[in-house]
Design a protein around this ligand. Sequence first.
Ligand code: ADP
Length: 450
Amino acid sequence: MISRVLVANRGEIALRVIRACRELGLQTVAVYSQADAKAGYLRFADETICIGSAASAGSYLSIPNILAAAEIADVDAIHPGYGFLSENAHFADICQASNITFVGPSPDSIRTLGDKAAARSAAQAAGVPVVPGSKGAVHEEADALRVAHEIGYPVLVKASAGGGGRGMRVAHNDMSLRAGLQAASIEAAAAFGDGTVYLEKYLDRPRHVEVQLLGDKHGNVVHFFERDCSIQRRHQKMLEESPCPSLPLEVRKKMHRVAVKLLKSINYNSAGTVEFLVDRDNRFYFIEVNARIQVEHPVSEMVTGMDLVKEQLRVAAGEKLGYEQSAIKLRGVAIEVRVNAEDPEHDFRPSAGEVTSWNTPGGPGVRVDSHVYAGYYVPPYYDSMIAKLIVHAEDRKAAIARLARALDEFTVGGIRTTIPFHRRVLAHAGFAAGHYDTGFVEDFLAGSAV
Ligand code: ADP
């Protein structure tokens, strides 16, 4: 049983978790850094505790500070949200040792899946197709060259501990591979404290399609269909939708089946996502598992009518799913856009500062997840996402019209946001037709997206 939850995160996801807890009748403890003392999510928690400095290393990433807060507030569970400590196996271990339920998968699952090279091996063992590449990590330059010659250039050097699009380098020949190995390893060592890398074939303009899943502690795993997240800039997602507009039903069904099989094979018991890349012939390849709730989870909530965060809390408390796969139905289309405090007119440079006015859209089928209010100061220290706008409608055409309408209603004063960029993407004929891949945004920004 869980009765009191510390939310070890900030911003919209902290509020999202608090909302789920309140609906379940659980008490909440919110934490904040010195830069977040006035953040909107703090108003809705039963208790709030300052956990340190503006820099996240001294607050949201500090295990001692968070555990001290958990002890003072006497909680029996910690929800890590996404980012920060959400996929830190050591943190999950310590929670377990302190008799605090970590609302996420077991430390072992996090360990296996957090190491992308190990996750690839687990996928292969479960019979899931992976992007051609090295068997595990590559430690020697000579091994990397051999693998590259086997699979053929171009190849992608990826960090085993990677995330957020960091620690990746494309190589087109031996020379750029040598340089890429070094650069990716140094970047990964600096960002993740682990410079281990592996190789994958660099696919030509793939689509990114991922399956949302949920497992319990009794061996049950179900899926909540897929999301297309191909609208990306520099390997970072900007817009997500469900269902995938460009894949035939049989391919999508097969993807769901193998994703369930993979998570069952490793006894996965929380919310998680299996990510795939899809080539032009609609063949799909596993890339990684995200062992946490993701930013884009509301898309799947809107098309299935389920509350994934409440479900995640329920299974963390040891409850059974209590329903079969057949009970989860996909209805209509949902699209999410990430509203970032960035200036799309100037290469998406960060735009921190005071939000002087804030008018969010409403009406049928519109959901806004945000911790921002008029007068809020967007601090420069954290991720630039300040809101998620999600719409749901009976079909894709109606969803696009609804999203365009909602974006027109969404006005933000004082800072620049990605709202105008999203308006332009929605108006693009290629997007409207559902014909897009991970190269779309780059072409679009260069003026050549078709
Ligand atoms: P991260 O965990 O850093 O987000 P991912 O492995 O999820 O990294 O990849 C992020 C994005 O990078 C993918 O959605 C895709 O656009 C691109 N990508 C990753 N692997 C490949 C590949 N082998 N070929 C082409 N693009 C890739």
